[in-house]
Design a protein around this ligand. Structure first.
Ligand SMILES: [Zn+2]
Length: 75
């Protein structure tokens, strides 16, 4: 009886390890694709640097990487 329990325990450990391996190796890729797809890149009108849309500074509907470059381009 002890041997059967040991084998079942080992089987559970192997399955858990396999599941964890799958989780850790398969998860980052779809997430990276997801963030790459949802995050649009905009180009700063002043210096040409590419900035994710969420951190773009928009002045007169033009994208800038920071407020400083927006100000520099206006004057
Ligand atoms: Zn810039």
């Amino acid at each position: 009886m002890f041997l059967i329990r040991l084998i079942i325990l080992l089987a559970i450990i192997v399955i858990l390890m396999w599941l964890l391996k799958r989780l850790f190796s398969a998860d980052p890729d779809p997430e990276q694709l997801e963030s790459g797809r949802s995050e649009n890149m905009r180009q700063c009108r002043y210096c040409g640097v590419h900035v994710p849309e969420s951190s773009v500074v928009s002045v007169n509907q033009e994208p800038y990487c920071c407020q400083e470059h927006a100000d520099l381009d206006q004057h």
